[in-house]
Write a protein that binds this ligand. Structure first.
Ligand code: MIC
Ligand code: SF4
Length: 661
């Protein structure tokens, strides 16, 4: 039987297990990436593993989320990251050089290689045939130490693209259409593999918009085959020698097939406050818009911003609307400037941000109260923009720019009819990125150019908390009962007032679940030990392991949910919290404030492979909760987490010559 492209790359990197969907496999990782807000924990954990240097072909550390450095703590984090990259042999991308996914794609992403990154949008370079997966920080640290990455073998779904995009429909509309059909949990446990005649009509930046936002479906990864378009794009960066011809076998078998006819697509938008609330733009036309932002890791390439620039040529941004362009990388900014588009857009009334995540997580450009913000980003979770009850819509650069011109949401086709002279900008590749990148890039410090050979820690950089092995008795009060689709932004928000404590778990934990209940941290501390209850898809969104570390630090022992998002569930194992699945009836019955006790010996049960646990609620009624975990996850959990396990194995010194799993 033939193989899918995903299976081929996994097969090439397989070190444990078989490629059977649902079973755990271990794969070798060629490249890693980490960014500033998850990276400090990555390197602190790498330090705790007592490794001398990075073992992967390539490791890259980016400073991209909080580059405005509002607080010395941010700058200290960046200096620490530079020192860690230098000490252990990683590439270091300086603050302001761009968002990890964009800079990695431009400089290092390579077809056929595996990439593991401490950011949920790591699958972005799937658009050029790389198999890239997002994970928690300690998984990156272990991979950098030469350890395998373990993941449930996903089902590979064939997304067959037919036809060609009509005018004004874009790659963003392809992924919004999939979100409309599948929802934010429709991709859990799956890799979306794109095939069909529509593929060759899309260029690499368009493909990476689609693979980037596959994360919003909950997918493990998304991937495109490679072709002349891939080679052409790599050549723009003088990297054509990294091209590899990759695709599925003709008789490859997929778990499922989804057909998207590109020619049927029209401009779409995600309504507040979930990426899958997708409707045609025409359904929400007329909504007044006070802010428009074009950019981010989803649509921040030069080629994504160019259509906006063309639409604004000779026009002006509406007086009632602010328009900001936030390029994904300095390369994109520099290209726009060199080609004259920056001046053109500035003359139209656009403001430029540095190449940073920034506004995507509420750092700068926070919308006004009771206002609509239209963004080309990938997430619009409530409050993420920096103001509670925000109204953030997600769309393509074309739809965003049409709104900036009109001052209200408008389908660009209708705006074009109204204005008479607004042409569809189409998609155009840059001629060549010739501005002295690669080896001469002053913003990427290669391992050979490193200026540090020891770690530099500022006063806010503390150590990684390590949990004790789990106890035989696990019980606690249900301190919070939550609904479906709780995001890691709810668990540990990322706004700038909070982000500065990412390297200091004691301080950060004070904000745990504050977006849902600001008394939570205090109550958890007082309770000593507690449990959380949630509905479906608990922990969707970011890869931040802080969303497991902080509850653990506050004494949460177990999370009882109807289902979990993939990365968060792995993070719960990695930090010794028991992720138990409950059915709808139990979820409905259990109330906030209820005392929950695992009746069985929890430790013995976890270790022995027990799948069903009896929980007793308020000493009154009982129900069954399920633990779906591999043998390796059970060992990790029983030990109190991955770091505790490593320390126990190596007699507390943690010292090892290559990282274990
Ligand atoms: C996000 O988009 O939510 C982030 C901020 O990039 C996170 C990483 C983090 O929390 O630092 C992600 O996607 O993993
Ligand atoms: Fe940065 Fe936003 Fe992309 Fe996350 S989703 S990496 S915060 S731009």
């Amino acid at each position: 039987m033939g193989q899918t492209l995903t299976e081929k790359i996994l097969d090439d990197h397989l070190v444990e297990g078989d490629l059977v969907p649902g079973e755990e496999i271990g794969i070798e990782i060629d490249q890693t990436l980490s960014q500033d807000t998850t990276g400090t924990m990555v390197w602190l954990q790498f330090e705790a593993l007592e490794m001398d240097e990075v073992q992967t072909e390539l490791a890259a550390q980016y400073c991209d989320h909080q580059t405005y450095q509002f607080d010395f703590k941010n700058t200290d984090d960046h200096r620490f990251l530079r020192s860690a990259a230098g000490t252990y042999g990683a590439y270091f991308s300086r603050p302001g050089n761009g968002i990890c996914h964009n800079v990695h794609k431009e400089n290092f992403a390579a077809p056929g290689k595996t990439l593991l990154g401490s950011d949920s949008h790591t699958p972005t370079p799937g658009g050029l045939g790389q198999l890239a997966i997002g994970a928690g920080g300690i998984d990156i640290a272990v991979a950098m130490g030469g350890g395998a990455y373990h993941v449930e073998m996903p089902e590979v779904v064939n997304v067959r693209l037919e036809g060609e995009l009509p005018e004004w429909a874009t790659a963003k509309d392809v992924i919004l259409e999939l979100l409309r059909r599948l929802s934010v949990k429709g991709g859990v446990g799956k890799v979306l593999e794109y095939t069909g005649p529509g593929v060759e009509t899309l260029s690499v930046p368009e493909r990476t918009t689609i693979t980037n936002m596959g994360t919003e479906l909950g997918a493990t990864s998304s991937i495109f085959p490679t072709d002349e378009k891939t080679e052409e794009w790599l050549a723009q960066f003088d990297r054509e020698d990294e091209f590899v011809d990759l695709g599925p076998d003709e008789d490859a078998e997929y778990a499922d097939e989804i057909v998207v006819d590109l020619s049927d697509l029209e401009p779409l938008v995600s309504k507040p406050s979930m990426p899958d609330e997708v409707v045609p733009v025409r359904e929400v036309e007329g909504e007044q818009v006070e802010q428009v932002i074009v950019g981010s890791c989803t649509n921040g390439a030069y080629e994504d911003i160019l259509p906006s620039a063309k639409m604004l040529e000779g026009r002006q941004v509406n007086a009632g609307t602010e328009m900001i362009v936030a390029p994904g990388s300095k390369q994109a900014s520099e290209m726009l400037a060199r080609e004259g588009w920056t001046a053109e857009m500035m003359a139209a009334g656009v403001n430029f941000s540095e190449a940073t995540c920034g506004a995507c997580i509420g750092i700068g450009h926070v919308p006004a109260s009771d206002s609509v913000s239209l963004r080309t980003f990938n997430r619009n979770f409530e409050g993420r923009s920096g103001i509670e009850d925000d109204s953030v819509y997600l769309c393509s650069p074309e739809v965003a720019t049409a709104a900036a011109i009109a001052g209200e949401i408008v389908d660009p086709r209708d705006l074009a009819d109204e204005l008479g002279d607004l042409e569809a900008p189409g998609f155009e590749l840059a001629d060549k990125y010739s501005a002295g990148y690669g080896a001469d890039d002053p913003d990427i410090i290669t391992p050979d150019e490193a200026i540090d050979d020891e770690l530099i820690k500022g006063p806010n950089i503390s150590s990684v908390p390590v949990k004790d092995p789990i106890d035989e008795d696990v019980s606690g009060e249900t301190l919070l009962k939550m609904g479906d689709n709780i995001t890691t932004d709810h668990i540990i928000p990322a706004t700038s007032d909070i982000l500065k404590f990412r390297s200091n778990i004691e301080r950060l934990s004070e904000f745990t679940l504050s977006r849902i209940d600001d008394t939570f941290a205090e109550r958890a501390k007082n309770a000593g030990s507690s449990v959380l209850v949630a509905g479906e898809n608990y922990g969707q969104g970011s890869s931040r392991e802080h969303a497991a570390m902080c509850p653990m630090f506050l004494g949460v022992e177990a999370v009882l949910a109807q289902s979990f998002a993939r990365i968060h569930k792995a993070n719960l194992f990695n930090f010794g919290l028991i992720p138990l699945t409950i059915d709808e009836e139990t979820y409905e019955r259990i109330e906030q404030g209820d005392d929950v006790e695992i009746v069985d010996d929890a430790r013995a049960g976890v270790e022995s492979g027990q799948e069903e646990f009896t929980i007793r609620v308020n000493d009154d009624w009982e129900a069954t909760a399920y633990l779906d975990a591999s043998e390796r996850e059970r060992r990790t959990l029983a030990a109190g987490g991955k770091l505790s396990l490593t320390k126990q194995r190596h007699g507390d010194s943690g010292a090892t010559s290559s990282a274990d799993d």
